[in-house]
Design a protein around this ligand. Structure first.
Ligand code: NAP
Length: 247
């Protein structure tokens, strides 16, 4: 039997776990796709391609050329463009698509979250909240915080920036999760952090900063998720395996 080709859109722990679970399954040939934004420290097993497809048209052409029979979009909840493109391209190519979307974090007693709809709103909220802010938002949208004159920024990112950051007033910390609660608290103390800015990414790898903020009574400016494109979706790798079984 010819194996069915599965395109696995990745860049997350779920995508890596799924690729590892499917390695060796003779019914499927998995092609993992990474955007190539960060230096991958662990590549998924099997075939891996890196870089954008070129929008919906490029992705549709890839699905056709590679005779892709199934798509699993296991990209990050904030990777809205690729998820939208996957939904459109799969609809056009009539390829079944599943989105793996981990649950959003929910506030717990003792949390002081300030929900905001966008990164722009997060930046606008900061001057009234604090003089030192911890930004755990990656580096792609840092320019939005450039105009803040009264807030010192402590910015954490995975890889050293190739270009100088678009920020005058920032301390850069290079680190890759998962992080621990004690080390997050130590970091907040060391840098005198008064507010944390976070995307509502969900998952375990980066949740420690929220627990640390709760323990220290710090507010968290929590950026809400962009809208997902809809269609089949599950929250976990196990859910994705069940969906695959049903296909
Ligand atoms: P995005 O805004 O949705 O995507 C921007 C463009 O990057 C897409 O239009 C697509 O280019 C390309 N792209 C994104 N993911 C891709 C993939 N898995 N394979 C091939 N091309 C991809 O995405 P993003 O927020 O920049 O995230 C990029 C990657 O980092 C994603 O794979 C995501 O899972 C991962 N990630 C994102 C975050 C986050 O906070 N956003 C956090 C952790 C990991 P074309 O239009 O040319 O196809």
């Amino acid at each position: 039997m010819t194996p069915r080709r599965l395109l696995l859109l990745g860049g997350t722990t779920e995508a890596l776990a799924l690729a590892e679970r499917l390695a060796g399954d003779s019914r499927l040939e998995v092609i993992s796709s990474l955007a190539g934004r960060t230096v991958a420290h662990r590549l998924p097993p099997g075939r891996v391609r890196v870089g954008g497809f070129g929008g919906v048209a490029g992705l549709k052409a890839f699905l056709d050329a590679e005779k892709i029979g199934l798509v699993i979009d296991a990209t990050h909840p904030f990777a809205a463009a690729i998820s939208r493109h996957a939904a459109s391209a799969c609809a056009e190519a009539k390829v079944p698509r599943l989105q793996v979307l981990r649950p959003a974090w929910q506030p717990e007693p003792g949390d002081h979250w300030i929900p905001v709809p966008t990164m722009v709103a997060a930046a606008a909220a900061l001057p009234d909240l604090a003089r030192v802010a911890f930004l755990a938002i990656g580096r792609q949208e840092l320019a939005i915080f450039a105009g803040l004159k009264t807030v010192r920024l402590v910015v954490r990112m995975v890889d050293a920036p190739a270009q100088p950051l678009p920020l005058e007033n920032a301390t850069v910390i290079l680190a890759r999760g998962p992080y621990g609660i004690a080390s997050e608290e130590a970091l907040f103390t060391e840098h005198g952090i008064e507010v944390v800015v976070s995307k509502n990414s969900g998952g375990d790898a980066t949740i420690a900063k929220l627990t640390a903020a709760r323990r220290r009574g710090l507010p968290v400016v929590m950026i809400q998720r962009p809208e997902a494109p809809g269609g089949d979706h599950v929250e976990t790798v196990a859910g994705a395996l069940a969906w695959l079984k049903a296909q």
